[in-house]
Design a protein around this ligand. Structure first.
Ligand SMILES: *Cc1c(COP(=O)(O)O)cnc(C)c1O
Length: 392
């Protein structure tokens, strides 16, 4: 593993160098803290959703905190993760190629999701009717207060779901029900509604279910988003699980991606031009700011590298990325001191979930320097509880 330079914070980075490329500042300690919180507070297995961020620096921190289950969604992810010792992989994409199923099975994966009888047949074919499979039926549930609903693409419901559960029960060593309420779900009702539907389905199908997976969707904090505390999510989930007819015998799992890593990275960019309320910066929607451009995320932001005389007099700015494309635009509003000017460096916080993973190379951009930062995230979901965990 390459060793990265470590700085006390982004200011120290800018004092030491003036990076030409945008910089990813990792805060592995923040990922570790989030993972410890989930392991201490979630009533079951915590499977990290690998697609959110596969940086070795964050994976190392999650592993160090005790994460041993991984939700993987593709064969390349499994290949990438296969050297992690003692790891259990759950291949939770409901549509997989035959090659991917066969290869994953060969690498030791025994846990697969499905949402159709055709996929069940594929899994049985490609594992030669293995007798030790854990098979999860993915059900569609309503999205409520989620910024990125996921229910349109995957999931089975109603009588078809009951039939698939019965069929899966006949061939699997263990069966589970899985769902995803949608990413960045800011209030916990969605989990209550989903678990209510799971309960009705179990009764309708009349099968014994060994596992329940409440998926991901746990929120992070952004400037335009102040989610309910994570402890409320845990309370709602416990309550929903306890009401299931299989509560006393089933093993529970969750698959947080965003909530474990969002706070663990900042993006450091430079202002290359200011035109009134428009700032032209050296990363954008084709880079790490896709969610800001297309999903309305307003990441926390601050000027770094110089003393700001008016730190509390903030004005609204829109951001424009470096490519030639006019949709390379992050509307915000991003609040910054009005003295912001060409040559300033900005820290954009809480970019650890998905941002780096989806950055591309349009116009020759999408290359980042990487450093470790030792200070705290710009916003956190783990404030007071975090202190309690750390003080154990
Ligand atoms: C993406 C994904 C996750 C992680 O979602 P977050 O909203 O980042 O927590 C978990 N499970 C499945 C099946 C996913 O597709």
């Amino acid at each position: 593993m390459v060793k990265l330079d470590t700085f006390a914070n982004a200011n120290a980075l800018i004092a030491a160098r003036k990076p030409e490329q945008p910089v990813v500042g990792f805060r592995p300690h923040a990922a570790g803290l989030a993972a410890r919180w989930f392991l201490a507070n979630f009533p079951g297995d915590v499977a990290y959703a690998y697609k959110a961020n596969s940086s070795v620096f964050l994976l190392g921190a999650l592993y160090g905190a005790g994460i041993r289950h991984f939700d993987v969604a593709s064969l390349p992810e499994i290949e990438d993760a296969k050297t992690i010792p003692d790891a259990t992989f759950h291949f939770m994409h409901p549509v997989k190629s035959r090659h991917a199923i066969r290869r994953a099975f060969g690498l030791g994966c025994r846990s697969f999701a499905l949402d159709s009888e055709a996929e069940l047949k594929k899994i049985l074919d490609e594992t030669s009717n293995a007798k030790d499979l854990l098979l999860w039926v993915r059900v569609a549930v309503p999205a409520k207060n989620s910024r990125i609903p996921l229910e349109r693409k995957f999931g089975i419901v109603g009588a078809q779901a009951a039939r698939l559960l019965v069929k899966t029960r006949q061939v699997a060593k263990e069966i589970g029900i899985t769902f995803h309420v949608g990413s960045q779900t800011v209030t916990p009702e969605a989990y209550a509604i989903a678990l209510g539907e799971v309960k009705a389905l179990i009764v309708k199908a009349g099968v014994v279910v060994d596992r329940i997976d409440v998926g991901g969707g746990f929120p992070s904090r952004y400037s335009n988003e102040m989610p309910s505390p994570l402890s409320e999510f845990m309370a709602v989930i416990r309550h929903g699980i306890e009401a299931l007819p299989v509560a006393d015998r089933c093993r529970v799992m969750c698959e947080p991606g965003r909530a474990l890593v969002a706070e663990a990275e900042s993006l450091i960019v430079r202002v290359d031009a200011r035109r009134g309320g428009d700032l032209f910066i050296n990363d954008g929607s084709y880079g790490m700011l896709f969610d800001a451009a297309h999903l309305g995320f307003v990441f926390p932001i601050r000027i770094i590298g110089r003393d700001v005389r008016d730190p509390h007099v903030l004005a609204p700015f829109e951001l424009w990325g470096p490519t030639c494309d006019s949709i390379d635009h992050m509307k915000g509003p991003f609040l910054l001191p009005d003295s912001v000017r060409e040559g300033d460096f900005l820290e954009i916080g809480n970019t650890g979930a998905y941002a780096r993973a989806i950055a591309g190379h349009f116009n020759g951009y999408g290359h980042y320097d990487e450093v470790i930062l030792q200070d705290e995230p710009m916003f956190t979901m783990y404030g007071e509880v975090a202190l309690a965990v750390a003080g154990e």
